[in-house]
Design a protein around this ligand. Structure first.
Ligand code: NAP
Length: 329
C-alpha cells in the first residue's frame, strides 16, 4: 500500500499527476479516491482549510452518523483518510492557472512558485457573501461576522442579529441562542427559504425574534469603533426604518464561488458558478467538484459525491493518456 511518506513528486521532472485545488469535502473525497487509485494527488489547501463544513457545529444530515457529527471533526477525518492512502498536502493558495500550457501551470501565492500537473480537479468551494455596506471591512472582527460557529461565544449574554432566511441563517440563529440573550433574524421576505425542520426549530425558540420584510440599510458603529446595531429598512418600498441595537451581526446570506484564479477560462452560470458536463470541464484533464459548481444543493454529501466522480474521471482520463505509472504498493 502506498503511504504518505513514500509519495514522491509524480514524475522525475517534478510534474504532478494530479493536483486537487480545495480542502473541503469535495477536494478531500476526490483525494481519498485519487490516492486509492495510486494517483499520488497533491492537494492545495487554500485560504480556508477544511472549507465551509469545518465551520459548522453539528452536522446532522451526513449519512452514517445517527447522532450527528461536529463539522470540523468530519472534515479532519476525511483529511486523515486521504493522507493514509498517499495524498500530499500543500498549505498555499492558487493565484492563477495557465491552461494553455501542457502540463498545466499552477501558480501559487502570487506567482512565486509554479507547479506543473497533467490532471487538475477544481474543488475550490464558495465563500460567505457579504452585503457591501459602508464600514463592513472595519467592522469584521468588531461585531460583524460570517461565522456563528467561530465567533458566537464572544456574545455571551448579548443581543445579536442574523441576516438571512435560509438554512445557514436558521442554523446560526439556533446556535447563537446558546450564548446570546436575544437573537434577531432579519429577513428580506415574509417566508423563510430554510428547510421545514430548521424553520420549525428556529420558530419554536423564544429567544429568536423575527424581523420580516426588512433588510440592513446601515451598520451602526459606536464611539469605540465596535458595532452597536443595524438600521433596518422595510423591503415593501415604504422606506420605513428602525434601529436594532445589537452587539453582534452575523451574515448568513449565501455564498459566492471561489473562481478568481481561473480568469475567464471556464464557463459559468448566471450566478458565477462553474458549469461542466457532470464533473468533466470543457478543458481535457480538468475536472470540477463541489460547491464551486453548485449553487443549488450545496450539501456536504453532494460535494462528496462530485469529488468521488471527479477523481474517477481523472483516473480514467490519465489512463487514456498513458500517464498512469506503477507506484510503490
Ligand atoms: P441560501 O439557501 O441561498 O439562503 C440565503 C438567504 O439569504 C436567503 O434567505 C436569501 O433571501 C438571503 N439573502 C441572499 N442575498 C441577500 C441579500 N443581498 N440581502 C438580504 N438577504 C439576502 O444560502 P444558505 O442558507 O447559506 O444555504 C446554502 C445551501 O446550504 C442550501 O442548499 C442549504 O440547504 C444548505 N445548508 C443546509 C444546512 C442544514 O441542513 N443544516 C445548513 C446550512 C446550509 P431570499 O430567501 O429572499 O432569497
Amino acid at each position: 500500500m502506498a503511504h504518505a511518506d513514500d509519495a514522491v513528486a509524480a514524475q522525475n521532472d517534478g510534474t504532478e499527476m494530479l493536483i486537487i485545488i480545495g480542502s473541503g469535502v469535495a477536494g478531500l473525497t476526490a483525494a481519498v479516491y485519487a490516492a486509492r487509485g495510486r494517483l499520488q494527488p497533491l492537494l492545495i489547501e487554500g485560504m480556508e482549510p477544511g472549507g465551509q463544513l469545518s465551520l459548522t457545529s453539528l452536522v446532522e444530515n451526513f449519512p452514517g452518523f445517527p447522532d450527528g457529527i461536529n463539522g470540523f471533526e468530519l472534515v479532519d477525518n476525511m483529511r486523515k483518510q486521504a493522507e493514509r492512502f498517499g495524498t500530499r498536502y500543500r498549505s498555499a493558495t492558487v493565484s492563477k492557472i495557465d491552461f494553455g500550457q501542457k502540463p498545466f501551470a499552477v501558480h501559487l501565492d502570487g506567482e512565486s512558485e509554479v507547479l506543473r500537473t497533467h490532471g487538475l480537479i477544481i474543488a475550490s468551494g464558495a465563500r460567505a457573501r457579504t452585503l457591501g455596506l459602508p464600514g463592513e471591512t472595519e467592522l469584521f472582527g468588531h461585531g460583524l461576522s460570517t461565522c456563528a460557529t467561530c465567533d458566537g461565544a464572544f456574545f455571551k449574554g448579548r443581543r445579536v442579529a442574523v441576516v438571512g432566511g435560509g438554512d445557514s441563517a436558521m442554523e446560526d440563529a439556533i446556535y447563537l441562542t446558546k450564548f446570546a440573550s436575544e437573537v434577531h433574524v432579519v429577513h428580506r421576505r415574509d417566508k423563510l427559504r430554510a428547510s421545514k425542520i430548521m424553520q420549525e426549530r428556529a420558530l419554536a425558540k423564544d429567544s429568536i425574534h423575527f424581523h420580516w420584510n426588512a433588510h440592513p440599510a446601515a451598520l451602526l458603529r459606536g464611539d469605540d469603533g465596535k458595532l452597536r446595531g443595524l438600521r433596518l429598512e422595510t423591503t415593501d418600498g415604504s422606506g420605513k426604518t428602525e434601529e436594532l441595537a445589537c452587539d453582534g451581526v452575523f451574515y448568513a446570506i449565501g455564498h459566492e464561488p471561489n473562481t478568481d484564479m481561473l480568469g475567464g477560462a471556464l464557463p459559468r452560470d448566471t450566478q458565477g458558478y462553474l458549469t461542466a458536463h457532470g464533473v468533466v470541464s470543457d478543458i481535457p484533464g480538468v475536472f470540477i467538484a463541489g460547491d464551486v459548481a453548485d449553487h443549488h444543493y450545496q450539501q456536504a454529501i453532494t460535494a462528496a459525491g462530485t469529488g468521488c466522480a471527479a477523481a474517477m474521471e481523472a483516473e480514467d482520463w490519465l489512463e487514456a493518456q498513458g500517464l498512469l505509472r506503477e507506484t510503490a504498493g
